[in-house]
Ligand binder design. Structure first.
Ligand code: SF4
Length: 281
């Protein structure tokens, strides 16, 4: 059996679990072999890099806003940025805040860009949140998405990110520090879409989902730990956007963005995920 010697050791993040679900071979190459990526993701490369940079920059703007940096200062950063996407997203964010479509006002504590971990058997689960907001009767996860097409509610409800984020919040003990008699139903998660500011997806939590999450994560980790073959995905379309395709004899040239569906584009293996950068907690 191949020993797991990944960056995260026996730690599992939403990006590592999602990668395994998408393609077991990609998980092996990225998290076990720790190979760098020999192929660019999609053509044009510059467009791909631009989208990554814009997404990261937009998250930093919201982070600054949540830290209390004056809006005028953030507005000037937006004005000085040449990206029309950034300007549109920031306009949509402020509009959503001011119109209460995105209500961040009724929380006593806000924790932007917070990292939580949970022991899970012999493993550790890791979740990096865009925002956790707390009040006396609710603890609310917010996640900002810059997708160009809004996926449906069910897809987000079933996403491993949703399952892991809510479970780690429940199991980390973080909520108990703020909510007396904390109940799992006090947890809520909202995905807010910068291109669709009035179409947030809200997801609740509770005992049934908690039990299902433990079963699903346990099963997935058991499968990963028992895997010795790490087969390549049957979905050849996914390979078009994969940086490891030259290792798999599935092409050495860049794939074409136009060849990918929205879901495939959004779920590509990114250059890095922030939650992979933390190896020690
Ligand atoms: S090229 Fe295809 S089979 Fe190979 S790692 Fe990427 S997604 Fe998996």
């Amino acid at each position: 059996m191949i020993q797991q010697t990944s960056i995260t050791g026996e730690q599992f993040s939403q990006s590592s679990l999602q990668t395994y679900l998408d393609c077991k071979q990609a998980y092996k190459l990225r998290y076990i072999d720790q190979l760098t990526w020999p192929s660019i993701q999609v053509d044009p490369q510059l467009e791909n890099e631009k989208q990554q940079v814009e997404g990261i920059f937009f998250h930093k703007l919201i982070h600054q806003y949540l830290l209390g940096i004056p809006q005028a200062s953030i507005d000037s950063q937006v004005l000085n940025n040449p990206s029309s996407n950034i300007k549109d997203w920031w306009t949509n964010f402020i509009f959503a805040i001011n119109s209460n479509m995105l209500d961040l006002s009724n929380y006593s504590h806000k924790f932007p860009e917070i990292l939580l971990t949970q022991s899970f058997g012999r493993s550790k689960l890791v979740a990096k949140y865009d925002l956790i907001a707390v009040r006396e009767d609710k603890i609310h996860i917010f996640d900002w998405k810059t997708n160009t097409k809004k996926p449906d509610h069910l897809a987000y409800e079933q996403k491993i990110q949703t399952i892991l984020y809510m479970e780690v919040l429940a199991g980390s003990g973080f909520a108990n520090r703020f909510i007396k008699n904390f109940q799992l139903s006090d947890i809520q998660m909202t995905y807010w879409f910068s291109n669709f500011p009035n179409q947030s997806i809200n997801i609740s939590y509770g005992e049934d989902k908690h039990r299902a999450a433990i079963a699903e994560i346990s099963s997935l980790i058991r499968e990963i730990e028992a895997d010795t073959l790490y087969p390549k995905t049957d979905n050849f379309r996914r390979c078009a956007g994969c940086v490891y395709r030259s290792y798999c004899s599935r092409g050495i040239k860049a794939g074409f963005e136009a060849d990918l569906t929205e879901e495939e584009w959004n779920d590509q293996y990114p250059a890095f995920e922030e939650d992979d950068l933390f190896s020690d907690f």
